[in-house]
Ligand binder design. Structure first.
Ligand SMILES: Cc1cc2nc3c(=O)[nH]c(=O)nc-3n(C[C@H](O)[C@H](O)[C@H](O)COP(=O)(O)O)c2cc1C
Length: 320
């Protein structure tokens, strides 16, 4: 009998059985895909971004299709952390997959408070911090666009939890590696790269923006080469594990991210096109490893073959 490859990976202390995770906001609160497959077969599930209180989000239209992509301006609509813990989490006890809560706030103390609340909930395995949202205390500038603010948010979450803290970076910055190094120094155990790219779309017939919010976040295959580049750049500049995402539709896309050094991957927009995308990636990665006689998925991670120096590395990682 052929032995199954070991697909397990370690994300900053969180050991998961395979590297495939569903991305925040594209899989509801964890149970929405049960009609399609058993979510416990995934490496982990990241739930919709949660805030301290219920947020209704932006008015419609909030989603627009673009060539090879999806523009969304949901406005981080969610039921709030308490309702998630009381109403949604109990039904997730049936499966054993690690649940990662994605959190966001509009002030640093809100992130700290959420971390404190989550700390007491055993079923939640880790926290992913979304720092792409506006900081109301600093004129609405996104937390993730300034290294000091990104580090302060990370520090406040890390100080209030013993669970692994993953910081999800925004691509809408000049140099993502500066932000990555700042959150690593502040104690993040892993980094997710990337959130959506800012974009817009116009209806020429009505001359109006297609999104009520005018601007939105672009995701899907359109962003994959840019996301892959950012993962490559962040991997070169930090020691902690990086989770890669952005336009991953199938196992070949997933392999590209693993080869540039991502320790795990997330599947987002693909879930809307094919609700079985994430589980198909798990199965296809298994078949790929069997075909290529790879006994452990870690043999692939960072296996990119290049001729020389990685020009994305800033200084010497060891001298940070
Ligand atoms: C409809 C929608 C809602 C999203 N909601 C969140 C969210 O609540 N928190 C978050 O950190 N990212 C959110 N994202 C971003 C995704 O998790 C992911 O980072 C991004 O879409 C890029 O990956 P993809 O191209 O595979 O979708 C959302 C994306 C979409 C399309």
């Amino acid at each position: 009998m052929v032995s199954q490859p070991d697909l397990s990976v370690n994300i900053g202390g969180l050991k998961i059985k395979n590297p495939v995770i569903t991305a925040s906001g594209t899989f509801g609160y964890g149970n929405e895909l049960t009609p399609f497959y058993d979510p416990s077969l995934l490496g982990a599930i990241i739930v919709k971004g949660l805030s301290l209180k219920l947020i209704p989000g932006n008015p419609p239209p909030r989603i627009v299709e673009t060539p090879c992509g999806l523009l969304n301006a949901i406005g981080l609509a969610n039921i709030g952390i308490e309702a998630f813990i009381e109403e949604k989490l109990p039904s997730l006890f049936k499966n054993k997959t690690p649940i990662i809560t994605n959190i966001y706030g509009h002030a640093i103390k809100e992130y700290a408070e959420m971390a404190k609340r989550i700390e007491s909930v055993d079923r939640i395995a880790a926290i992913e911090i979304n720092i792409s949202c506006p900081n109301v205390e600093q004129g609405g500038m996104a937390f993730g666009t300034d290294p000091d603010t990104a580090a302060m948010v990370t520090d406040q979450v890390v100080k209030n939890t013993t669970k692994p803290v993953i910081v999800k970076l925004t691509p809408n910055v000049t140099d993502i590696s500066t932000i990555a190094r700042a959150v690593e120094s502040a104690g993040a155990q892993a980094i997710s790269v990337t959130n959506t790219f800012l974009g817009m779309s116009v209806d020429v017939a009505t001359r109006q923006p297609k999104l009520a919010n005018i601007i939105g976040g672009l995701s899907g295959p359109a962003i994959k080469p840019m996301a892959l580049y950012l993962v490559h750049k962040v991997v070169a500049n930090v020691e902690i594990p990086v989770i890669g995402l952005g336009g991953i539709m199938d196992y070949q896309d997933a392999l590209e991210f693993l080869l540039v050094g991502a320790s795990a991957i997330q599947v987002g927009t693909a879930n809307f096109i094919n609700p079985k995308a994430a589980i198909e990636i798990v199965n296809d990665l298994t078949d790929y490893c069997l075909r290529e006689k790879i006994s452990n998925i870690n043999e692939i991670i960072g296996g990119l073959k290049t001729n020389g120096e990685n020009h994305e590395k800033i200084g010497d990682k060891k001298n940070k």
